[in-house]
Design a protein around this ligand. Sequence first.
Ligand code: MN
Length: 616
Amino acid sequence: MDNPLARLAPQLFGEFPKPFVKLIDSISIGPDQEKDEIKSLIWKAYEFGHRQHEGQNRRSGEAYFTHCVAVAQTLASWKMDTTTIIAGLLHDTIEDTQVSAQELRQEFGDDLANLVEGVTKIGGIKFSSRKEKQAGNFMKMLLSVAQDLRVIIIKFADRLHNMETIKHMTKIKQHRIAVETRDVYVPLAHRLGMSSVKAQLEDLVFRVLNPSGYKELDSKIKSSKKQRDKFIKTIIDPVKKELKSYEIIPHVYGRSKSYSSIYGKMVTRDKSFDEIYDLYAIRIVVDKIEQCYLALGIVHNLYTPVQERFKDFIAMPKSNGYQSVHTTILGEKGQLVEIQIRTSEMEETAEIGVAAHWVYKDGKSSGIDQNVKWLRELLDVLQNETADPMEFMELLKIDLYNEEIFVFTPAGDLIQLPVGATPVDFAFQVHTQVGMHCMGAKINHSVVPLNTKLKNGDMVEIITSKKQMPSYGWQKFIITTKARNQVNRYLKKIQDDESIKLGGEMLEKTLRRMKLFKDIDEFRESFAKFGYSDSGALLKAIGSGMITVREIFRKLRPQEEEIDEKTEEEESTKFFDFARSKTKGIILDGIDNLMVNFGKCCNPIPGDELIGFITR
Ligand code: MN
């Protein structure tokens, strides 16, 4: 750009900056879209962002705006809509420049401004090492997903570029960012079906957290590449030839598995690099679903398949929407080779996951796809008022790392559950009310205990009764998020109700003994003085031993003496009452805040060990 006028108004001279041209060229234009219109819109944002970030540099010395362009470029390669690509260009403007959300709104519209604001909000969340805080923030981040999933997708593009350029950071910062990526972004990418993003992030994390392991593996993979490529070719060529006779020209390629997954295999299977044969997954991409099964037939005809490694995710998609047929075959010398067969549409979904659903849907947000069932369920859980961040994180972990099983209802419907799920989990998955009234279960027509672990392919039938309600015992074996939430919520309510009832009785009895029964209303209505929201909450606190009636008395009647018949027997009863009243000090089998009743002959003092049992 030698012409200074061209620099000021390149749209008039057709001399745009190279990165901009590259960005425009990689945007997929929908059939009903005007390329020129999109080009001028993106140029406006490019020029705006460039101007705003003028003078800012990254740690590498490059102009800051190169980062924004890289993020937009990634979003374009994921075939995101124009607004999201523009949001990529401007994603750091609110945080790092003088631009306000208001200004973005005026210049580029509400949709764009909301996206950039969302990215800024998420960016403000620092995932500290304190677990609880992290879990809470994680929830907030996911809640913003509910508003617009594109915010998360932009954040992934941002994180990807930051991880790629991480070597310019200090070692401490590198470590912190890598750990955060490993703990938050990788599981989330997995859940959103963004498997290519997940693999890229995992490799980048691996490189930071285990540099020597990464280096070693890298040189081994590179030095053995030729030999492996040759081997893959001997497997692929006959398949291609066969398919050609059916006039199917597939896209076939062998791709190296990600470094972190190879390394993981070496560690978990305790094998050396040379012993791991399935470094490559061969992928066969065809146009139609029928062709997938035809290709599968050809592969199995040519090579010996390993029975137990065949998986049909086309008939049974994973909960993150992933679809493909996987089979593992034996090579000539007994090497295992994994082959994945899928359509090009499935390929797209597998690479970029939920992002694939924005392809050519410009102008209207398409919302969360049916396939991402997990996400909708999670949002359901988050909206539950009793969601405790720590507990939530635990639930999430279980759901994240377990493999899935498939079982059937008597009507033949397929239900997806994590490994280790029981009939009660199944019941809640079918319907909340089925779960709430689940009394017994049959697996493959025979009656089984409710804590039986389900197996793939089981046919499960639930026996319900209107009178049956969830019991404390269930908490020991149910594992799905949905079942846990419903059961915990119900049991907590029962507990609360009983505590309120007991609190009412305790208040009444104590006041009678203190000759103050006439003032019971005053006591009951004094909840605000003790920080409770209503009289029910105060009674609950009395019932569960958080506060005693005598403590209330002392605050309401600071000048008065407590009236009490002080016979010797009463004195000891008083002492026991005092000792017993500290039920918050009592921990029963890991559960606290429980309403506790003492046996008549049980007079513990603080420090004593108790044996108790749980009833309703
Ligand atoms: Mn950024």
